[in-house]
Design a protein. Structure first.
Lengths: 261, 401, 389
């Protein structure tokens, strides 16, 4: 592989991601690893793994950009950019008609409005409250006694979702337990859980506006039930093939743009 | 095995009265201006000028009781209002922004607004928002908070504002205040207050003729129809019915075992079920601090001075220490075995001091208290299981004494 | 170097305001206050040093027995400090009536700490009724009587005029400090401002004068980063300003209670002192807890933001603060009409640095793109900022 390559790293609270691009913005390699404690070691590992996949080394990397929760402590990159800008960049690159990005991560959720040029126009974040994040799904999956990875499929089997009205995760958990105790079907409770997280996220979009094309990214986007539940807003939701690495892809795109100068 | 709620004969009259009140504003204005008014504002001035008064707070309570406040709150929250704000305000603004989802299509469009901060400071900001939305004038009636004694210069300030208010309304509506009419309205207000006081005092009886939801529901006219003849007639009938219950020994709760005191605005969204849960254990709320807030008569003498005093010294405009004294008095007068305080997210003046008040009242009277965290209108801030757990534990504690 | 030492003294004081206060100012009697409406000159003329009570970084635990969670961090954290004896050096505390929380806090403190001397000042809520000023003057006299009685002092007209002159001097100096963006870094500027609310004014004035003279002509900040205007309440931790500077932003103006609103408008030194104090209280840039029939706050703010040339506005609103949260909607729409970017940050007891950094960074990145665009508007939940951990 000739030519320089460009590296984007996303250090999240639960996972670290890296994407390697060539000068034409083609993906050469990508990896996802658990963040472990602090994320810095895991960041080094995910970079190493990604380079190894492409049979390249750090010497081949012309420019690197880091983003995500742990970006401040990562010294080895050339630049750091916020994950909002990175998400916007990646999604606009893949979907030029995208105007709204919803990113649901393990511990936070974000809604980003972009314009036709892919620039960020507005954004809203929820990183204080577990409701509306992957954490919410984890807690509810545990209450239902199912692995969180199967929660989405379970929800899709339901025809009569139950109502979960609390805005607080702890209250909602107690509602789930009440439903189970009263004999509600697991799939119906799971569907109710998905409606609740969707309602919370759609509430976040209310101030920013939900303009199509709406694209869902982040680790939680891997859960098919969430995308379906979000569609209750009346808009179609697009989920990219690899939603988890959008932040890292965006960072890599910034690397191509900024490193080329 | 549920307790059947003992309905009052006057319930029908109350419904008609309240329906007429809302209909009048919508359809029977006959050219009269409409004012949106806070519950603690000197409405007598407006009545004496033939202005129709409607109460967004009462409307908020109505939405809470009909369990339709949440969609309205979402409207105002989508407009940028924080979900931490008072749920009456969020409900009211939501109804203003999108009347389609609002009961009765919302309140009739106002011609002017009158807000008094003797109950809280939030009403001022809420009414500023309403005024901006409708483009109508707002008069803020400033009643300085009383930390210790009532100050003469504060009363002067309040009285002067009453004069300014008259001028404001005259300018906004081209109607003149007739002083004789004002005196008559004040007399009617006082009659209402006096009857209401009698009704509450009758609940000292054993068994108590009313449970507190009756008071919450029946206090509506004293808030929204104060100063009218129809309110006086209604409360006469209600007083007579309650007095009859006392004579006949009819209790609101069969097998009353515990007499309780309620503090703060009720959980409108669970008005009967909540107190029914207590009634299941033989607990009846014989008195409360909220409905007593409209027990302030206008003193005799100079009418403006009297109005100034009455409105400046309402309970919520007075210190926590004052409220401790009042609560201790009620505990003793009504022979109360326990008290329950609603730590209401929406109402800071009423709720922030509750832990302090609880400690002092319990220490002074030897009577235990329970604090319940919820909201008066917004069901999203209410966790049924958590509250039930606390209620059960409290009732067990009372039973064991 | 005298400049560095004086600045360091202020930085130290701001990072630990109360711990060694009495040792640092022996023989001086401190009275605590929360609010920019407090008549500092009156307290000073009584022979007291007004010391502003601010929140701390630590967790709130003891205060939970006295206050529910749905009130602002300032109320909860200062109550925590009080219960932890951090304010034991105070001779008294003054509560001014502004919002519902402060209204309750005065009584909560009186009940929690019966030996503490608590003073109240029920300033008018409506700034422009015909009788607002007369009432305010009468209320000032009532406070003065209470102070005279308890501190064995007699507040003469002359003493009050002297105090007014001193505080006016402080206001002029602070105005100069905030007017000349090139002289000192944003962080230093804010620390100096906060220090002035913690130390005796007669010590602060010469210190400010000396620093302003020494910094004349010195360029400290970059001149080319995106410019922002801060709107909010009490900013008692320079960390946010420091972060903005670190990320390349410049603060070109503010409407903060511990900023411009503290030194806005001088007291008329020629007029009768009590009337002059009341006049300033009613005339200066209002707090959202006050009502003016002419919508003064929004009108003045609109002008000030335009004049500052800011590209964006950052709203620093305390979570659970009703007056600010209501005004926010109107102001947010106003900023949008001005075509400027905006960001909302809700502050609370603690500070998650990463979340704060992400928002500020994303916002500043947005401002760097062409055209004013909007940052974060009202969100369902916010983030917390306070003293750093």
């Amino acid at each position: 592989m000739a030519g320089p390559c460009y590296l984007g790293i996303d250090i999240g609270s639960l996972t670290v991601k890296a994407v390697l691009l060539d000068v034409d913005r083609r993906v050469l390699a990508r990896s996802v690893l658990p963040a472990g404690y602090g994320g810095q070691e895991a960041a080094a590992s995910v970079v190493a793994q990604t380079l190894a996949q492409a049979r390249l080394s750090m010497a081949d990397v012309a420019y690197s950009v880091v983003t995500g929760y742990g970006r401040v402590r990562f010294n080895a990159a050339d630049e750091e950019v916020s994950e909002i800008s990175c998400d916007a960049r990646a999604v606009s690159h893949l979907y030029p008609s995208a105007r709204t990005v919803i990113d649901i991560g393990g511990q936070d959720s974000k809604v980003i409005r972009v314009d036709a040029s892919g620039r960020v126009v507005d954004f809203a974040m929820n990183d204080k409250c577990a409701a509306g994040t992957g954490r919410f799904l984890e807690v509810m999956a545990a209450a239902l006694g199912v692995p969180v990875a199967t929660l989405g499929d379970l929800a899709l089997m339901s025809e009569h979702p139950v109502e979960i009205s609390s805005t607080c995760t702890v209250f909602a958990e107690s509602e789930v337990i009440s439903h189970i105790a009263r004999g509600a079907a697991r799939e119906d409770v799971a569907a109710g859980v998905h409606r609740a997280i969707a309602a919370r996220v759609l509430g976040l979009t209310a101030r920013v506006g939900l303009e199509p094309q709406v694209v869902l990214v982040g680790g939680v986007a891997l859960n098919k039930g969430v995308a379906t539940a979000l569609q209750q807003c009346g808009q179609a939701i697009t989920v990219p093939e690899d939603p988890q690495v959008m932040g890292a892809l965006g960072a890599a795109l910034f690397a191509v743009h900024n490193g080329g100068r | 095995m549920g307790i059947r709620y003992r309905k009052l004969r006057t319930a029908g009259e109350l419904q008609r009265l309240m329906r007429a009140h809302y209909l009048e504003g919508q359809y029977l204005r006959f050219g009269r201006p409409v004012a949106w008014v806070t519950s603690g504002a000197p409405v007598e001035i407006l009545r004496a000028m033939g202005i129709l008064a409607v109460y967004p707070e009462n409307y908020g309570a109505l939405c809470g009781a009909r369990r339709c406040a949440v969609p309205l709150c979402r409207q105002s929250e989508a407009a940028g209002y924080s979900p931490d704000l008072c749920s009456y305000a969020r409900t009211s603004l939501g109804a203003v922004f999108d009347p389609r989802q609002a009961p009765m299509g919302g309140l009739p469009r106002p011609n002017l607004l009158l807000a008094c901060n003797n109950i809280c400071g939030t009403v001022i900001k809420w009414y500023e928002a309403i005024g901006e939305h409708y483009g109508v004038p707002l008069f803020v009636f400033d009643a300085p908070f009383i930390h210790d004694e009532v100050q003469p210069h504060a009363l002067d300030y309040v009285e002067q504002q009453l004069r300014e208010l008259v001028h404001f309304v005259e300018t906004a509506t081209h109607r003149r205040l007739r002083w004789q009419r004002l005196e008559e309205v004040v007399r009617l207000s006082n009659d209402t207050v006096s009857l209401w006081g009698e009704i509450r005092t009758l609940c000292q009886a054993r068994p108590p003729p009313l449970n507190v939801p009756d008071l919450f529901v029946n206090m509506a006219p004293i808030v929204v129809l104060r100063g009218t003849r129809s309110a006086v007639h209604f409360y006469k009938h209600l007083r007579d019915e309650v007095a009859q219950r006392v004579r006949e020994g009819v209790g609101a709760v069969p097998e009353e075992r515990h007499r309780l005191l309620w503090d703060n605005i009720p959980l409108w969204h669970r008005l009967y079920r909540f107190y029914n849960d207590f009634a299941q254990h033989g607990a009846c709320f014989v008195v409360d601090t909220y409905t007593g807030a409209w027990s302030q008569a206008v003193p005799a003498g100079d009418v403006l001075g009297g109005l100034a005093f009455a409105y400046a010294t309402v309970m919520l405009n007075r210190s926590l220490q004052y409220r401790v004294e009042e609560m201790v008095k009620l505990v003793l007068e009504y022979n109360v075995d326990g008290f329950v305080m609603h730590n209401n997210r929406s109402c800071k003046p009423y709720s922030l001091g509750q832990y302090a008040i609880k400690r002092q009242v319990a220490a002074r009277t030897g009577v235990p208290g329970l604090v319940i965290e919820a909201d008066m209108c917004d069901t999203r801030s209410f966790a049924l299981e958590a509250v039930n757990t606390r209620v059960e534990a409290f009732v067990e504690m009372l039973a064991a004494r | 170097m005298p400049k560095a030492a004086a600045l360091q003294e202020c930085l130290d004081l701001v990072s630990a305001p109360y711990r060694d206060w009495q040792a640092q100012y022996p023989g001086r009697r401190a009275i605590g206050y929360f609010c920019t409406y407090a008549p500092l000159e009156l307290l000073h003329a009584t022979g007291l040093v007004p010391v502003r009570l601010m929140q701390s970084a630590g967790p709130v635990a003891l205060a939970n027995a006295h206050l529910p969670s749905f009130c602002c961090a300032l109320a909860r954290a200062t109550t925590e400090r009080m219960l932890s004896e951090e304010f034991a050096f105070l001779q008294g505390v003054l509560f001014v009536h502004t919002c519902d929380t402060m209204q309750c806090l005065a009584d909560v403190w009186r009940m929690a700490s019966p030996q503490l001397r608590v003073y109240t000042f029920s300033a008018p809520t409506v700034l422009d009724h015909a009788e607002s000023k007369a009432y305010c003057v009468a209320e000032l006299h009532r406070l003065a009587c209470a102070l005279e009685r308890d501190y064995g002092a007699s507040i003469s007209s002359e003493a009050l005029r002297d105090s007014i002159r001193l505080y006016n001097e402080q206001r002029r100096l602070l105005s100069e400090l905030h007017g000349q963006r090139r002289q000192l870094s944003d962080t230093d500027r804010w620390s100096l401002t906060l220090a002035g609310m913690l130390m005796p004014v007669e010590d602060h004035n010469p210190l400010l004068r000396a620093l302003l003279d020494a910094a004349a002509g010195v360029l400290a900040d970059r001149d080319d980063g995106p410019s922002v205007y801060l709107v909010g309440a009490v900013l008692d931790d320079p960390a946010i300003v420091q972060l903005i500077a670190e990320l390349g932003g410049r603060v070109v103006g503010d409407d903060l209670c511990t900023g411009r609103r503290y030194f806005d408008v001088l007291v008329d030194e020629e007029a009768e002192p009590y009337a002059a104090l009341a006049e300033r209280a009613l005339q200066r840039q209002p707090c959202p807890s006050k009502h003016s029939q002419r919508d003064e706050r929004r009108l003045r703010l609109s002008r000030a933001i335009r004049d500052s040339g800011a590209q964006g506005v950052i709203f620093l609103l305390p979570k659970f603060c009703e007056p600010h949260a209501f005004d926010y909607v109107t102001l947010s729409n106003m900023v949008e009409k001005l075509g400027l970017g905006q960001l909302l940050i809700e502050t609370d007891v603690t500070l998650p640095r990463e979340a704060l950094r992400t928002r500020l960074q994303a916002f500043l990145e947005m401002l760097c793109q062409k055209d004013g665009v909007s940052g974060e508007r009202r969100q369902l939940s916010g983030l917390r900022a306070g003293k750093s951990d």
